[in-house]
Design a protein around this ligand. Structure first.
Ligand code: ARG
Length: 581
């Protein structure tokens, strides 16, 4: 595991030594890099910037094997061109490392990430898609960098709605019985349809039968008091739902471990104490019987303060009490120094108030970062939230199935030699990849239009485009026969090779940026740029038909490193890269 100094880091260092200040290096389309740091230094030291720039050029070692050319441009910018040999050599160092030269954090912390949190006895909808996909990518990226990551699936598995459901099950004990033959994906569907049926039936009775309503309310009290029979019934709902969740996550190609599913019920024992601590410290106060936390800057339309309600006037605990207790658990017991919440942007105010409350209570200290990672809504082509024709929210599974179907059509058209079975296998990887990529390539917090035609398109910023670039690349490497990928730093590089090479070198820095801001779309757009640069390279630089054996080896080397970088990058986004398409 060797981390590799990127070209930009090496040049940064070199110019910093000559300048005696930060050169503020960036990629440029004038040359490979541009340094703007001369301007600021000239201003501070009252020097002529162009003269200072010329001095820096003088001070740079001549005949440098890293820098091929430096030019002063404009008011005092330095345009820097890297030598071809330095590009190939740096890439060779990356290729020699399993991790492509991506460093492991020297002092990793512990991050608790709250994502993929569907609700028990309820259908999963498109909102649960985004949290799962973004969360899964962040887990993979952070773990790759060496962070200790604790996953928490804060499922909605507690609350007054269970009174009605449990009571109905008590009175109709066979409603959740299984067919002996149930397995796999169908088992998930069967579970959900049982839960749906039970929900509808119990709702009907609840709305029409006052006595049932009373019995249901009593059940809530029993549930909260921990009555064993009631808890056992409740557990059946949770177990039934997990069968369904798991089948959807299988389809989504996201691994959810049972031990990481710690739902709202998991903090039940802490709620009373959480309230007590808040009330005793004065962070929360009683207002019309409810236990509330007030904020100067949170007011309703009428200008009246809107409090965070920790405990309702009837004694019931809400969503906030659970989240506050979860913070106590995640900081004091799990020793997290970062808490991430991948949740719908509509819950932004909730998290703002919860975090602020936890800070006042001392559960979140300055050493702990708590961050809501918001995501926007999926929109239909009409720009309104994505709904079925009858105005209902889409079931997540239907959406996934449709994506896989569309992908199958695209693959069949493009690759006629595949068998039906192969088409079906690839369609899963391509269809699910398409959905994940569309999601991950959208910047956080933004809404996006759910357009399957666009998502499975072969052209444009899609996972299919990336997967084809990868597969094409792999096919060249297969066809190379005895010719092996070997770096030849002595060979001059064509413009398309330089462009591809400079991008390949940016992988580690891109990842560092992603884990700093928790923005997976930066990785997605990097991979798209890489695949595009590869496509240009592929068009302009013959690989197998290269003029000399050395050139062929060097180009195979570029192909191989591109394939590995694409595969690693896509894997971190949770997207498969089939070897053949
Ligand atoms: N179950 C919730 C929902 O479906 C999301 C939970 C988010 N996490 C949290 N700690 N509040 O909206």
């Amino acid at each position: 595991m060797a981390s590799v100094n990127s070209l930009s880091a090496s040049i940064q260092q070199r110019v910093a030594d000559a300048l005696g200040a930060d050169p503020l290096l960036r990629r440029s389309d004038r040359a490979d890099f541009q340094a703007n740091g001369v301007l600021g230094l000239a201003k501070r030291s009252k020097q002529n910037p162009r003269e200072l720039a010329a001095q820096v050029v003088e001070a740079l070692p001549a005949g440098d094997e890293l820098i091929a050319a430096v030019e002063v441009s404009g008011p005092g910018f330095l345009n820097i061109t890297v030598s071809d040999a330095a590009i190939t050599r740096t890439l060779a160092a990356r290729a020699a490392d399993d991790r492509l030269g991506v460093p492991v954090k020297p002092e990793p912390g512990t991050t608790v990430i709250d994502y993929a949190q569907p609700n028990v006895a309820k259908e999963m909808h498109v909102g649960h898609l985004r949290s799962s996909v973004i969360g899964d990518a962040l887990v993979k990226i952070l773990e790759f960098e060496g962070e200790t990551v604790i996953r928490r699936h804060h499922i909605g598995d507690w609350g007054t709605q269970f009174g009605m459901l449990i009571q109905y099950l008590v009175e109709h004990p066979h409603e959740l019985d299984h067919e002996a033959s149930e397995a796999g994906e169908e088992a998930g569907e069967a579970s959900m349809s049982r839960l749906n049926r039970l929900y509808k039936a119990s709702r009907t009775v609840f709305d029409s039968d006052e006595e049932f309503k009373t019995r249901s309310r009593k059940r809530v009290v029993d549930l909260q008091a921990g009555d064993p029979e009631t808890l056992a019934m409740w557990q059946r709902f949770v177990d039934e739902s997990k069968i369904y969740f798991n089948s959807v996550y299988d389809k989504l190609d996201i691994a959810i471990r049972d031990e990481d599913v710690v739902g709202e019920s998991g903090y039940n024992d802490m709620l009373v104490e959480t309230c007590k601590l808040l009330e005793e410290s004065g962070v929360a106060v009683r207002s019309n019987g409810a236990l509330c936390v007030f904020f100067d800057d949170v007011k309703g339309k009428d200008g009246e303060p809107v409090p965070l309600i920790v405990q309702k006037a009837d004694g019931g605990f809400g969503y906030a009490a659970t989240d506050l207790s979860a913070i106590r658990d995640r900081t004091a017991d799990l020793h997290a120094d970062t808490l991430l919440y991948v949740v719908d942007s509509r819950q932004a105010l909730h998290f703002k108030m919860v975090f602020e409350t936890a800070r006042r209570a001392g559960w979140l200290t300055d050493e702990v970062t708590a961050l809501h990672i918001p995501f926007g809504t999926l929109l239909g082509k009409d720009g309104k939230p994505y709904k079925t024709r009858s105005g209902e929210t889409f079931r997540l599974v239907d959406l996934l199935d449709e994506a896989v179907e569309r992908a199958a059509t695209v693959i069949r058209e493009k690759s006629s030699e595949l068998t039906d079975e192969e088409v079906a296998d690839r369609a899963k990887e391509v269809g699910i990849g398409a959905i994940k990529y569309a999601d991950l390539s959208t910047s956080l917090g933004r809404d996006y239009v759910f357009d399957l035609d666009r998502m499975v398109s072969l052209n444009g910023d899609t996972s299919v485009y990336l997967q084809y670039a990868y597969a094409r690349n792999r096919s060249i490497l297969r066809k190379a026969g005895d010719a092996k990928p070997v770096a030849h730093p002595e060979l001059p590089l064509a413009p398309a090779e330089r462009a591809l090479g400079l991008l390949l070198d940016e992988f580690a820095e891109t990842l560092a940026g992603v884990s700093e801001t928790y923005e997976p779309h930066k990785l997605a757009s990097y991979l798209y740029a890489l695949a595009s640069a590869y496509t240009t390279f592929f068009d302009q630089c013959p690989v197998l038909k290269a003029e000399t054996p050395e050139l062929r080896e060097n180009r195979l080397f570029f192909c191989d490193l591109t394939a590995r970088t694409l595969r690693q990058g896509m894997a971190l986004l949770g997207i498969r890269t089939p070897e053949r398409l």
